[in-house]
Write a protein that binds this ligand. Structure first.
Ligand SMILES: *Cc1c(COP(=O)(O)O)cnc(C)c1O
Length: 439
């Protein structure tokens, strides 16, 4: 495929649609991360997409590295996924009763993630993490949870302090509307800081129900766990009778078929999944050992339900997606593609002398406008977000669509061709040069 056309972009239709959007939708968007507040201008208004390409309402073409925030590991409108959705749509879109599709997707998840003997499907990652914490509190009879600064676990009340993603982008450290009594039950520790976690357990002996963590942080930009970090969390939680929850909403089926828990060989008590398992439709899940999961209603008293949970369209899309991911060599080839991009960006950084560093784990990548490597939220927040904004706009002008925030990952999909990657590297070199020259 050729490079996106590099004409001066027209945004007339997009502007008109977005103007109408702002009259009837809050900020014109249905999720704050879609707003361009941190980078300036209006968000692109999407008309359609295919593979790694996205077209806006004015016909401008982009190579897409948002890919629905990581949900689309196969790219947009993969023919097999479209076929599965269309085939199911004609047979009914929701029944509110069990289907074989739910069994099929759950069996695939169980085979991929040995920690998930049983799963419960929900419709969003937020529901999954919220429910996992409820279950952890019920199982331990304790109220406190430990999370990490800069991690994002959805928008449930308990997760909105010092959180990553849109809260980092908008600088919301504590969210109004969360009762202080509830906020007090969430303890924050710096990512990659085992000593801080030990300290919290010493201070709150026998009161901590669970530690929830993104095993590879990807909502403050990509921050890999330092060697031993996850293993230490496993050891500390076990020693104190608390549960370890891996929020694999991004990393599940992303870094390898078995998720980050397989990559790092650390087994959590509970796992949350989302994004990829719905193949671009709303599906998420939480899962764990049989004894733990059997506390959930109807077998146990921990109540959790959903009208559209296990939705047949979403299950069909998820099954079709996972079957393609299970093909031999899928993750090797995706990793090679992402490495090509990471290496290209690294050499563009060297050539331009830009003060930025690239972090990559598999197909997750972030270019931090920081000289120092980023290993926690404090360091991520020191990035030059103004420079990121200029870089973002320079890339957009060249037909490359990145997440409109320094605190997000780039997602490489199987639909990104070598030519797409090479074009992206060239655009990156030009954009870095332009951004450095303007300082
Ligand atoms: C996206 C995300 C969530 C929330 O999922 P939604 O489907 O947006 O509610 C939770 N945890 C992590 C790690 C995520 O990246």
């Amino acid at each position: 495929m050729s490079a996106p056309k590099q004409v001066k972009k027209e945004y007339r239709h997009s502007h008109e649609i977005f103007r109408r959007a702002t009259e009837v939708l809050v900020g014109g968007v249905n999720s704050p991360v879609r707003a361009f507040r941190a980078v300036g201008g209006d968000p692109i208004v999407v008309d359609h997409a295919a593979g790694a390409r996205l077209w806006d309402a004015d016909g401008n073409e982009y190579i897409d590295y948002v890919c629905s925030w990581g949900a689309l590991i196969l790219g947009h409108a993969h023919p097999k996924v479209v076929e599965a959705i269309a085939g199911q749509a004609g047979r009914g879109t929701s029944y509110g009763m069990p289907t074989e599709l739910e069994v099929e997707l759950a069996a695939r998840i169980r085979a991929a993630l040995p920690s998930c003997e049983k799963v419960r499907f929900v419709s969003s990652g937020t529901e999954a993490t919220m429910s996992a914490v409820r279950l952890a509190r019920a199982a331990t009879g304790r109220d406190l949870i430990v999370k990490f600064e800069g991690c994002y676990h959805g928008h449930a009340d308990s997760f909105l302090s010092e959180a990553g993603s849109g809260l980092a982008t908008l600088g919301i450290a504590a969210c109004p509307g969360v009762p202080s009594a509830l906020a007090a039950l969430t303890l924050n520790a710096p990512y990659n800081d085992v000593a801080s976690v030990e300290k919290l357990f010493d201070q709150h002996r026998d009161k901590i129900a669970a530690v929830i963590v993104e095993p590879i942080a990807a909502n403050m930009g990509v921050v890999p766990p330092m060697p031993g970090f996850l293993r230490n969390l496993r050891e500390i939680t076990t020693r104190h009778g608390a549960l370890l929850i891996f929020d694999e909403v991004i990393t599940g089926f992303r870094v390898c078929y078995g998720g980050a828990q397989t990559t790092f060989g650390v087994t959590p008590d509970l796992t949350t999944l989302g994004k990829i398992i719905g193949g671009g439709l709303p599906a998420a899940a939480y899962g764990g050992g049989r004894d733990l999961m059997d506390r959930v209603a109807p077998l146990g008293p921990v109540y959790q339900a959903g009208t559209l949970s296990g939705n047949p369209l979403a299950m069909s899309a998820g099954i079709a997606t996972l079957d393609l991911l299970a093909a031999p060599g899928f993750y090797e080839s995706l990793g090679d593609r992402a490495k090509r991009l990471g290496d290209g960006i690294a050499s563009a950084l060297r050539e331009t002398g830009a003060s930025a560093t690239a972090a990559r784990v598999g197909s997750l990548l972030t270019l931090f406008f920081s000289r120092e490597p980023v290993h926690d939220y404090a360091r991520a927040k020191k990035c030059d977000t103004q420079r990121f904004a200029a870089f973002f706009r320079a890339m957009l002008d060249r037909g490359i669509f990145l997440a409109p925030s320094q605190f997000e990952a780039l997602f490489v999909s199987a639909a990104h061709s070598d030519a797409d990657i090479d074009h992206t590297i060239a655009a990156c070199r030009e954009s870095l040069a332009a951004v450095s020259a303007s300082s």
